[in-house]
Design a binder for this molecule. Structure first.
Ligand code: 5GP
Length: 206
């Protein structure tokens, strides 16, 4: 079976990353989210094990020491990390795995797994981003200000990403994400040509 693609999705908090991915999952089944660990407190409506694994600082430190995290970062006073085992299992099973992570983590993963696909999602404007974060009502005015400041920094540093999606419309952004995924699966691979040359069945490819 051909392995799934690892997709790293970053962009300002409030740019609509999870909404876009959920829309893409609705349209196509073979995509899943990696669930991160975080020391942040759950927001209203967030579910442990679905949105994040909410853990305390000691558990986070232990996971780091035991090398259980594919990448990790601090973001506005909280720690976040991607458990490696889940990602590896899903990729081996042929699923495309999306990491919704910030830019430092994206850089770490790209160094470890160069063929990971990196996509940066932008809001149509900073004004709209601020409006979305405020109307979400889940963060204090200080936390919103810190997130906007961090968003500006991240956009400045995002040049290493492979693709950019401006989220004007969720449906369109999800289609763009799927188009990128299709293009990545169609990248030239000598091993595929060799399988065709030797008459090996290639039904599992592309
Ligand atoms: P939030 O607190 O809004 O859920 O997430 C804040 C930021 O942390 C977002 O930019 C999100 O992409 C990022 N993030 C979530 N999980 C991880 C993770 O496992 N690793 C890293 N590096 N960033 C993460």
């Amino acid at each position: 079976m051909s392995k799934g693609k690892l997709i790293i999705l970053s962009g300002p908090s409030g740019a609509g990353k999870s909404t876009v991915v959920n829309k893409a999952i609705e349209k196509r089944g073979n995509i899943c989210f990696s669930v991160s660990v975080t020391t942040r407190k759950p927001r209203e409506g967030e579910i442990d094990g679905r949105d994040y694994f909410f853990i305390d600082a000691d558990t986070y430190d232990r996971m780091l020491e035991n090398n259980e995290l594919l990448e990790h970062a601090r973001y506005v006073n909280n720690c976040y990390g991607t458990p490696a085992s889940f990602v590896n299992e899903k990729l081996e099973a042929g699923m495309n795995v999306v990491l919704d992570i910030e830019i430092q983590g994206a850089w770490q993963v790209k160094q470890k797994i160069p063929d990971a696909v990196t996509i940066f999602i932008l809001p149509p404007s900073m004004a709209l981003l601020e409006h979305r974060l405020k109307s979400r009502g889940t963060d204090s005015p200080e936390a919103v200000a810190a997130r906007i400041e961090r968003a500006r920094q991240e956009i400045q540093e995002a040049d290493f990403y492979d693709y950019l999606i401006v989220n004007r419309d969720v449906d369109l952004a999800a289609d763009q994400l799927l188009a990128i995924l299709d293009a990545e699966h169609c990248r030239f691979q000598r091993s595929v040509c060799d399988r065709v040359l030797s008459n090996e069945a290639c039904d599992d490819l592309l």
